[in-house]
Write a protein that binds this ligand. Sequence first.
Ligand SMILES: Cc1ncc(COP(=O)(O)O)c(C=O)c1O
Length: 388
Amino acid sequence: MSFSLSRREWLRASGLLTAGLTVGQLEPSSAATPDELTQASFVDEFEFVSPPEMPKLRARLLANENPLGIAPSAKEAIIKAADSGNRYAFSEFGQLKQLIATDEGVGPETIMMSPGSSDILMAAADYYAKGGGTILTSAMTYDDLLSRAEKFGAKIVALPMKKDYTFDLEAIKAKLTPDVKLVYIVNPNNPTGTILPTAELEAFCREVSPKVPVFIDEAYIDFYEPAERPKLGKLVAEGKNVILARTFSKIHGFAGLRLGYAIAPPDVLKALKPYTNGEFAVSITTLMAGIASYKDKEWQNHCRAENAKARAYTTKALTDMGYDVIPSSANFILFPIRMKSKTFSNQMFANGIGIQGREFDGQPFCRVSVGTMDEMAMFIDSFKKVVG
Ligand SMILES: Cc1ncc(COP(=O)(O)O)c(C=O)c1O
């Protein structure tokens, strides 16, 4: 598992998760120098501390969040839903599921809501790792499900990616043995931002899912143009053993509000459910905001267009400087850099620009989330200063 990485891994590698720094705030401590950032001890990802007088990052480009915030319609829905805060949500889950089901061409019984897709990932890790076995995936992918499964006894086989930084589906197929419990694919992939050709992925799922469940983490799917988006829900509708994990954390800007869902055959959802905290873990305010945001296609189109614009600007600026930027279909960009990743991240951070640096196989990389145009201009400006 030397190449996979989670938010925690990225942050640790970047020297950002240290005493005085939190994921919640991710602001430099006035007391810590960039050098101390790499030396201080690692704290748990979600340990929240609030040291006084922490200067704010000028650009927080390290957690693939939506820099434009949540939709005004979602904000309005939260305020309205506050009046129902004394009631458990019942029919509201059905409303959102019905909206999603209609778009995806599946039945609402194939959808399970969750507070962020992490809960679905963790449930799958626990369920499929039970009793050992192997999980097949690619090197350089999102690590949360994998590291959890490993802790619970699964063996993780992370195969090399193709030269274009996409999952090598043929290599995965060649490694299918009776011991394999799950195939984990992230599309678009984090941290590479690459996508698999839809037809190839669909053919893979059709061939593999009768033998082994295929888990597709689609956290960044909303950054595809809707017309080009893979519609793998149809595989679930056909009863194929495919699990899709989705989140509102990205284009909807709900990273802090927490909303996600799984689309999978009902018997698979039934098996995963005991490993979750149940749908009631989603608050009525988040749920109502989710319904408003899901319906608000105009806001989603706006966020997608702004992301594409800032991503193109950043990609061009880096390419013009001679960097080989991996073409991204998501709201972050990965590219190899020419200085040590820790030194690089610390210097960027000292400039008030939060990014993530990491080494894969001895090669240092920068992963920068796509912020607003202003933030990306600040990133490029600081990048030029740091790399000299
Ligand atoms: C690939 C991938 N999957 C899942 C998640 C989990 O997101 P959340 O729990 O906020 O839905 C993330 C978060 O960054 C991610 O990058």
